[in-house]
Design a protein around this ligand. Structure first.
Ligand SMILES: CC(=O)SCCNC(=O)CCNC(=O)[C@H](O)C(C)(C)COP(=O)(O)OP(=O)(O)OC[C@H]1O[C@@H](n2cnc3c(N)ncnc32)[C@H](O)[C@@H]1OP(=O)(O)O
Length: 399
């Protein structure tokens, strides 16, 4: 079946209809106050619409103006693709592909090195060159049996704080945290507003947020009385001490049997703080942020590398045709990357490049999946060591 639709940029007049389209796709009825918030955080200039012959919306894609930290500490602008939906009546007729083609053409024109998204389903975005880059696990902790090791000094410094105080303190703490974490998405007003608005329909039957603050971090949680549980929504700590003391406080909640957290990094030290690491029980694993390279030389030269590396990468990018051969010369102090006609040492699929650059995938699984190949195993090992990061990337903010 052919369907005619046209693409156009959104305007502020489209916001209510866009919200309706989004609500239908995700099963949400937005209230008037939701709409007011949407108007305050969405920039319609960054949205593309597919419209039918009556100018009714049949597809939407947008982008937040985000920034992300890459290994070594550089912070790059990163469009965060969001609000993607196509009307039930127009699915599987190429509307999404047309919208993403236009949107990504514009990202390239704007000179971005990479873009990112958090995906509703895992099968959608690989074909557009995105690969899963950060991962989280859901954990459940039997609070009464989770005891911090006796040799860890209780250095205190944690106190409870109300939302208004957290509104003041958290952005600076989050900035400090994001500066040191690969993959961290820096929050602007468009991310803080919904975060602290704490809408009832996003609480899953639990209370509004409670907060703990420390000079070097903060944590937020809810109580779910029906299950005698506490649900930790985030722990942001810029030092090991803040991380430990925030968790000490979170695990001190009498009347709570279970502490849950949906977004624990896979290398979070929490289990190792406990006398019994097994008390941090994994109940789910999820991909977090997906990324794709838009400008390979700009992206590869922005990060630092664990060891000196000199290699020619051949990047395959059927969706955007931003691939080709590039010579990377990098090390702990900096890197250059330029197009070259020299023969390739390594072939990399576009879906592997974003995850590799941000430290979210190592070469062995990528090679095992046929997404990265090198004729010389010793070079593959050097590439692994060069791209390895001292901690796994964490995006930290859904968008
Ligand atoms: C970043 C975010 O916002 S994530 C949110 C994504 N949105 C949703 O999940 C809302 C509900 N779903 C939808 O609105 C739609 O199904 C969409 C947006 C996912 C897909 O829109 P469509 O217009 O149907 O996609 P389109 O026809 O352009 O398909 C492009 C390709 O993706 C494939 N595809 C599309 N959706 C899916 C899916 N959910 N699962 C697997 N493959 C998919 C199509 O088969 C097609 O493959 P091809 O290129 O090999 O032919």
């Amino acid at each position: 079946m052919t369907t005619s639709f046209a693409l156009r940029r959104a305007t502020s007049k489209d916001l209510a209809a866009m919200a309706e389209a989004d609500g239908r796709a995700f099963g949400v009825h937005y209230t008037d106050s939701d709409l007011q918030e949407i108007e305050s955080v969405l920039d319609p200039d960054r949205f593309w619409l597919a419209v039918d012959t009556d100018d009714a919306i049949v597809g939407v894609t947008g982008a937040f103006d985000l920034h992300v930290t890459v290994p070594g500490g550089a912070v790059l602008p990163m469009p965060g693709v969001t609000w993607v939906s196509v009307a039930l009546t127009h699915r599987r007729r190429g509307v999404l592909r047309a919208l993403l083609t236009e949107q990504h053409r514009e990202f390239v024109e704007q000179g971005h090195a990479l873009c990112g998204l958090t995906a509703s389903e895992g099968a959608i975005y690989g074909r557009f060159g995105y690969g899963p880059t950060t991962a989280n696990r859901s954990v459940e902790i039997d609070r009464r049996r989770a005891v911090l090791r006796a040799d860890l000094p209780d250095t205190g410094g944690v106190r409870q704080a109300g939302t208004e105080e957290v509104r003041e303190l958290a952005p600076e703490l989050h900035r400090r945290w994001a500066a040191g974490v690969p993959g961290a998405v820096h929050r602007g007003p468009a991310q803080w507003t919904p975060q602290l608005a704490d809408h009832e329909h996003r609480r899953g039957g639990a209370t509004a947020l409670f907060h703990l603050v420390h000079p070097d971090g903060y944590a937020s949680y809810r109580r779910l009385h029906s299950e005698r549980a506490a649900v930790v929504t985030e722990v942001v700590a810029t030092t090991a001490q803040a991380h430990r003391e925030l968790w000490r406080a979170l695990l001190a909640m009498d009347l709570v049997e279970t502490v849950r957290c949906r977004a624990l990094a896979l290398d979070d030290p929490l289990p190792l703080l406990l006398t019994d690491p097994r008390q941090v029980r994994t109940t789910g694993l999820h991909d977090g942020m997906w990324t794709r390279a838009l400008d390979v030389p700009a992206l590869l030269s922005a990060r630092r590398y664990g060891i000196e590396i000199d290699a020619v990468l051949d990047v395959g990018d059927p969706f955007l045709d931003r691939g080709g051969r590039f010579r990377l010369r990098g090390g702990p102090d900096g890197a250059t990357c330029e197009p070259t006609t020299a023969p390739a040492d390594v072939r990399v699929d576009a879906t592997a490049l974003g995850p590799l650059v941000l430290g979210g995938q190592r070469t062995r699984p990528l090679a095992g999946a046929g997404l990265l190949t090198a004729d010389d195993p010793a070079l593959l090992h050097r590439i692994d060591l060069a791209f390895l990061t001292d901690r796994l990337p964490v995006h930290g903010t859904e968008f």
